[in-house]
Design a protein around this ligand. Structure first.
Ligand code: BTN
Length: 330
């Protein structure tokens, strides 16, 4: 994926300008630092403006005044404090599915923590063969390549771990409104704002790689969802009552995700259980659960150390590893 030289210079120019946003950089200084001619630098500055950066440019200087809220690799990695997650970020305006690209990258040896992110998906996939509505400009569609040193049966816990990292990120934007609907949805005010689709490649009893796909509704307004989705979905913007800076939210998520994942690699979900219980939308409620072709009814009472849901069926506790849950309203 070779980018045109003007885009590459624009990236390098941006890194310099960002060090002191608002400072007027003399063109001579930039030319010397970037080994480029003034005319090429001005073309790179124009490229930055085309990407949405606000610059003040004249024949002798360039000044950065504002950055756009675009999910580009440059914006996302600026001052990112993680050491693994987002070590490499592949950012796209439009893709079919970020999970597909991440799986292909992983097959070709992509390092753990590689992130594929897009502003829009044309074939976004949800669980159980559903579509994930992925319009441009409002959400974030993210896939993360992981290579956990664990047997495949431990992998489902990673979806819950991801939900926890999302919940804790969203808590900063919408305090006390966040819940996790086991096994992989995050709710704000009882409506779905994020979904997780984890796809696994395993061989000889070991996880080869795993792609965690996250669809996150951030800046959609109430009328931006198709009718059927609008009945059950929401966005961070709707719940917080203000527009959200997507780049800031996604970067915070990467940081949370990395600390949860570091813990998971050592302890699986053991240390996360108290917080998983705290955020659970199901514990204490009567539920109906479709696990395979079996319909299970009972009261959700706990989450087990391996991430299974524990359901009380008239005094007998049943442990369910995965399934589609409905809370029964009485
Ligand atoms: C669900 O709730 O059904 C899971 C939705 C997962 C959607 C995300 S968006 C990024 C990644 N790419 C995909 O095609 N799907 C996941």
């Amino acid at each position: 994926m070779n980018r045109p030289p003007v885009e590459q210079l624009a990236d390098r120019l941006l890194l310099l300008l960002r060090k002191e946003t608002g400072r007027r950089f003399p063109l001579d200084e930039l030319a010397a630092a970037l080994s480029a001619e003034s005319a090429t630098l001005l073309a790179a500055a124009k490229q930055l403006e085309a990407w949405g950066y606000t610059l003040q440019t004249d024949e002798s200087s360039v000044r950065l005044l504002g950055t756009p809220d675009i999910l580009s690799a440059t914006e996302l990695s600026w001052n990112l404090t993680t050491s693994v997650i987002g070590g490499r970020i592949l950012a796209f305006q439009q893709v079919r599915s970020t999970n597909d690209i991440a799986a292909r990258e992983a097959d070709n040896g992509a390092a753990e923590g590689t992130v594929v992110i897009a502003d829009q998906q044309t074939q976004g996939r949800g669980r159980l063969g559903r579509v994930w509505h992925s319009p441009p400009g409002a959400g974030a569609y993210i896939s993360i390549v992981l290579r956990p040193p664990c047997p495949p049966e431990k992998a489902p816990g990673l979806s819950l771990m991801t939900a926890l990292a999302l919940a804790e990120t969203l808590e900063d934007f919408c305090p006390k409104q966040v819940k996790i609907k086991w096994p992989n949805d995050v709710l704000l005010d009882g409506r779905k704002t994020a979904g997780i689709l984890t796809e696994l490649s395993a061989e000889k009893g070991r996880v080869n790689h795993l792609v965690v796909g996250i669809g996150l509704n951030i800046n959609q307004g109430a009328h931006d969802f198709p009718d059927d989705i609008g009945r059950v979905a929401t966005s961070v913007r709707i719940a917080a009552g203000r527009k959200i800076e997507r780049v800031a939210l996604v970067r915070m998520f990467f940081e949370r995700f990395e600390s949860e994942y570091t813990m998971y690699r050592q302890h699986y979900l053991r240390l996360s259980l108290p917080r998983l219980r705290y955020y659970s939308s199901l514990i204490g409620h009567p539920v109906q659960l479709l696990s395979g072709s079996e319909l299970i009814e009972g009261i959700a009472v706990d989450i087990a150390e391996d991430g299974s849901l524990m359901v009380d069926r008239g005094g007998r506790i049943m442990t369910v590893a995965s399934g589609e849950v409905t809370v029964v309203r009485r």
